[in-house]
Design a protein around this ligand. Structure first.
Ligand code: NAD
Length: 499
């Protein structure tokens, strides 16, 4: 399929693709896809005001009825899955099955949120005073700003939007400036769901296009009480304090530096598959990508041999080809950062396998690389950083405590895992003295989370939680109520204040 046909199939018209100031290129071959119109910062006040107007109406719509809108969104996404998945591949360079998987994740969170719309449960609490009842109720909070990263250009919006909508909140979405096209196509899908729903308020789901300066308006507006920001730790370190300075609630989903511990008892066949998918899937451009391998000395050599063999046979190339497992990096700057980081790793004592730029057998104009495996003498400075590319650092350990200490000794705290058949080791890894990450897995790699769990991480990953479990509480305001149905007015804690 030509690029033009992929764009058209995803519902993007000539008028959407021309005349604007934001140039969009495909990482597949560097082709110029569009000149997209950016939102004028002067218009942002109106965007936020529309969301506030929508909020006043939407918060009074019963939650199960709000869920109906999300159910319709899920239906529209099912119908558009192939076309939107292909557009993710074109705009981000994900291989076809990962592009489709991203849309499936959107469908899954819609299903979850529809059920949730009948389960926004509060609590009743035992009061210490006679004739009193205490309760906790969850209410809509207001417009939710969503700033998303390039590497999950549409799924991250859906994690936020599906929850925010059933919780009674409008959504204003600012996607990555690298991926406006998938966002525009998703907005059209949302508009079809809104049309079928019928009476949703105008301005319930808005899209704004542009770079950090457009995002900054959402960050700084007190009329946007919740701001979900997904991206680099650098971005989060700016956005988080600014949202908090105006008493907003940030949900930060930032960089990871995810590790796997491979213990002597591990099923190495399974571990190799998990390592390769975790480290090279999405060309190492997942927040949960596997970046550090901490291997028991007794199996290190064997595992590295198996991995170098597996790495040598990985098909790199056009992500639209069904046989390809590694597509391009997002752009040439990402490739240059990867090559520079490998130089640093060498200088810090690393032995690098692979990691070269690839020019043969791949579409010209894209930034294709061999994934790199780097044997490190220790967890040096470069290992402690997130490089958003397929670099896997390998380190050894003798005792599990040492491996867990290494695993935790980085600034980020997103995802982690252990491969072991030893129950004591597995439970120690999951215990209070184990992994300090938001996600900790056993005999599964660190990436590819299901939507049912709360997703997010600790430390410099930002502490936010999105998606499943009770992450919805981050999109609501909690109200504690005490009702006195007695004829007396006793004070709590036995305080006397008799007039
Ligand atoms: P990025 O930080 O460059 O940009 C992310 C978004 O933030 C973009 O929309 C950008 O326009 C916006 N932004 C940047 N500076 C801003 C500012 N000062 N004010 C307002 N908005 C601003 O990240 P990226 O390169 O698009 O994505 C890769 C990074 O995202 C990696 O670090 C990856 O680990 C992280 N990520 C994290 C998660 C997670 O859930 N933890 C998921 C996906 C990606």
């Amino acid at each position: 399929m030509t690029h033009a046909a992929t764009l058209a199939a995803a519902g993007l018209r000539a008028a959407d693709l021309a005349g604007g100031s934001l140039a969009v290129h495909s990482p597949i071959d560097g082709a110029h896809l569009a000149q997209v119109a950016e939102t004028d910062p002067a218009q942002m006040g109106q965007v936020i005001a529309r969301a506030q107007d929508a909020f006043r109406l939407w918060r009074e719509v019963p939650a199960p009825r709000r869920g109906e809108l999300v159910r319709l969104l899920g239906e529209e996404l099912r119908a558009a899955k192939a076309e939107l998945g292909a557009l993710v591949t074109l705009e981000v360079g994900k291989i076809t099955s990962e592009g489709l998987g991203e849309v499936q994740e959107m469908i899954d969170i819609c299903d979850f949120a529809v059920g949730l719309s009948r389960q926004l449960y509060g609590l009743t609490i035992a009061s210490e005073r006679p004739g009193h009842r205490m309760a906790e109720t969850w209410h809509p909070i207001g417009p939710v700003g969503v700033i998303s990263a390039f590497n999950f250009p549409v799924a991250v919006w859906s994690w936020n939007a599906a929850l925010a909508l059933v919780c009674g909140n409008p959504v204003i979405w600012k996607p990555s400036e690298k991926t406006p096209l998938t966002a525009m196509a998703t907005q059209k899908i949302m508009e079809r769901a809104l049309a079928r729903f019928g009476d949703a308020p105008e301005g319930l789901c808005q899209l704004v296009v542009g770079g950090p300066q457009i995002g900054a308006v959402l960050v700084d507006s007190p009329l946007v009480p919740v701001l979900s920001a997904t991206g680099s730790t650098r971005m989060g370190s700016i956005v988080g304090p600014r949202v908090m300075a105006r008493w907003g609630r940030p949900i930060l989903e930032l960089g990871g530096n995810n590790a796997m511990i491979v213990a002597p008892s591990a099923d190495l066949d399974m571990a190799v598959r998990a390592i390769v998918f975790g480290a090279v899937g999405t060309a190492g451009q997942r927040c949960t990508s596997l970046r550090r391998l901490i291997v028991h000395h007794s199996i290190r050599e064997d595992l590295v041999t198996r991995l170098t063999r597996a790495y040598a046979s990985l098909p790199i190339g056009d992500p639209r080809a069904t046989t390809t497992l590694i597509g391009p990096l997002i752009d040439h700057a990402a490739r240059d950062r990867m090559l520079g980081q490998l130089e640093r790793a060498r200088a810090e004592g690393g032995k690098v396998y692979g990691g070269r730029a690839v020019a043969a057998g791949v579409p010209q104009g894209g930034a294709y690389v061999e994934p790199a495996l780097v044997e490190m003498p220790a967890q040096t400075a470069c290992v402690r950083e997130e490089t958003f590319a397929p670099i896997l650092y390998v380190m050894g350990y003798d005792r599990l405590e040492e491996a867990i200490a290494l695993q935790n000794d980085v600034p980020q705290g997103l995802s982690s895992c252990i491969f072991t058949l030893d129950l004591r080791e597995a439970e120690t890894f999951l215990s209070a003295a184990g992994s300090d990450c938001g996600i900790a897995n056993v005999n599964i790699g660190p990436s590819g989370a299901e939507i049912g769990g709360a997703f997010g991480g600790e430390k410099e990953t930002g502490g936010g939680r999105e998606s499943g479990s009770d992450a919805w509480k981050g999109y609501m305001r909690r109200q504690t109520s005490t009702v006195n149905y007695s004829t007396r007015l006793p004070l709590a804690q036995g305080v006397r204040f008799d007039l």
